[in-house]
Write a protein that binds this ligand. Structure first.
Ligand SMILES: [Mn+2]
Length: 503
């Protein structure tokens, strides 16, 4: 869907979900300004139990002069109705009949088809999608500072002050917007009403604590989702709490806010683990968030109470996980088979394309951000699944030959590389060349029985986790140098070293 397709309609009404939040209002408002500038007759409306009273919302509306109207019955007529941060005919948005409908939303598709839709459920805010739509039109949103600030604030609120960002597009938008800092500071400090303070206090009284897992879980009464973040930020500071989860029930599911303060457990990974198959989640090493859809949850777990489900997942997660430190621990290779990398083309990006001296660089992929110090000597290996590992030029020359095959990245997000000093960003795919392994490097392969966390050589504070089905590869010439190979990747990229041995 393109925004310019929609300007063919003269009378457009944009509808936020009922009892709207900053994300719904900001995304609707940005669209409002777009259509206004295209001389459409446009209105911005919302419905719900009551008119907006929450202080940060009334402040936002006043500050940005947002012409939003409260409509409970009929709003008149339009040629096109656009719903933001929600889907037409779903439960959290009042139904108004309309001849044509467009949906812009970042929640799970509810199953009702409309004339136009732009739905991407794994991004952090609806504002991110609107920003993306503007970019697709070649519009520089920073020329409209009010709009840029509104979008920024929408994402800020929907991702718990950016601590629960999980999609790279969200990070791109956060980094790109030229926003009014004073405005965001004022808004973000009018966040809590006195009654919400009461809800937070009550929740902190009702925590459950598991001394074995050093885990605190707390269910919070229905409230603004950012309060979950405040509560988990507070709980994690308790000395005996290593991991905590605050959650509450919403109209369509459960919202989770997760914290970890130990390097052996990444909050982002835990969020992905808990929401696997029933929602989505992620974030950072210490702070993460997630969402579990009610339909997906009950299809898989039936009537199981959320509190019990979370305990169960945590027990599973922490059960029998071996921790290994590459460069320090040694793994016995007795009885293990030798393998080598298949001679298939992979990608390489030479940092000398971007830098001459040692420079902090950030590679942004769908899997997350990787930052490292790059020099002209650094090569970035891009594997067949888009996996990224930096290596030195010496190591590269020793292990690979250049080749003419084309390597391409197939992923919903195009990875970028950013020079953190100059701020320049490049499309990584434009700089990828092909190379092929010489097949001269041998490893021993050990199947993982339950689960293993390996702290890598290049980052002692950061582990990679492998689970049953994955493998540990141990370099033949250095038994303390090992890493995890994901099962699919293993099948695609490794082969037995010796054919006779294999038969
Ligand atoms: Mn939203």
């Amino acid at each position: 869907m393109k925004l310019s397709e929609l300007t063919q309609y003269q009378n457009i009404t944009i509808q936020c979900h009922d009892n709207p939040d900053p994300d719904a209002i900001a995304s609707g408002f940005a669209l409002y300004r777009y259509f206004k500038s295209h001389r459409c007759n446009v209105r911005l409306i919302y419905s719900g139990r009551a008119k907006i009273t929450k202080v940060n919302l009334t402040m936002m509306i006043e500050m940005f002069r947002i012409p939003i109207e409260y409509c409970v019955s009929d709003f008149g007529s339009c040629d096109l109705l656009i719903t933001t941060d929600c889907q037409y005919r779903s439960g959290n948005v009042r139904f108004f009949p309309a001849p044509k409908v467009a949906v812009i939303d970042h929640h799970q598709f509810c199953g009702i088809d409309v004339d136009y839709s732009y739905i991407q459920p794994n991004v952090g805010s609806c504002c991110t999608l609107v920003w993306q739509l503007f970019r697709n039109e070649g519009i520089d949103i920073n020329k409209d500072p009010i709009c840029a600030t509104a979008l920024y604030y929408g994402l800020y609120c929907d991702t718990n002050q950016f601590s629960e960002l999980y999609h790279p597009l969200d990070r791109d938008m956060r980094d790109a917007l030229a926003f009014d800092q004073a405005a965001v500071v004022r808004l973000s400090n009018s966040n809590l009403s006195l009654s919400e303070l009461g809800i937070a206090a009550q929740a902190m009284n009702d925590f459950t604590f598991d001394s074995e897992l050093r885990l605190a879980i707390v269910q919070v009464q229905p409230c603004d989702p950012n309060i979950l973040g405040l509560i988990s930020d507070f709980l994690i500071q308790v000395d005996r709490v290593d991991i905590c989860i605050a959650f509450n029930e919403t109209y369509t599911g459960y919202k989770l806010s997760i914290r970890s303060c130990i390097k052996e457990t990444k909050a982002s990974e835990l969020a992905e683990y808990i929401t696997d198959e029933v929602g989505f989640g992620g974030g950072h090493r210490n702070k993460a968030g997630g969402f579990i859809g009610k339909d997906e949850y009950s299809a898989k777990y039936g009537e199981l109470r959320m509190m019990l489900f979370l305990r169960k997942k945590l027990m599973e997660y922490s059960g029998e996980c071996e921790i290994l430190r590459a460069g320090i621990d040694k793994i016995s290779v007795e009885g293990l088979k030798r393998y080598r990398k298949k001679r298939i083309p992979v990608g390489v990006v030479f940092c000398k394309d971007f830098v001459t001296t040692s420079t902090p660089m950030l590679v942004r992929t769908l899997e997350g951000d990787i930052d490292f110090n790059a020099s002209a000597d650094t090569c970035i290996m891009v594997g067949v699944s888009g996996d990224i590992v930096p290596i030195s030029m010496d190591k590269f020359k020793e292990t690979y030959d250049m080749c003419s095959a084309r390597s391409k990245i197939t992923s919903e997000y195009r990875p970028t590389i950013k020079n953190l000093r100059s701020g320049e960003t490049f499309d990584l795919a434009d700089h990828i060349r092909s190379c092929i392994s010489r097949g001269s490097e041998y490893v021993y392969i050990k199947p993982i029985e339950s689960s293993v966390k390996i702290f890598t050589v290049w980052d002692a504070n950061n582990y990679i986790r492998g689970t049953k089905g994955d493998y540990i590869a141990i370099r033949e010439n250095d038994l303390s140098d090992f890493y995890i190979v994901e099962k699919e990747l293993f099948r695609k990229t490794y082969e037995r070293a010796d054919q006779e041995e294999a038969n």
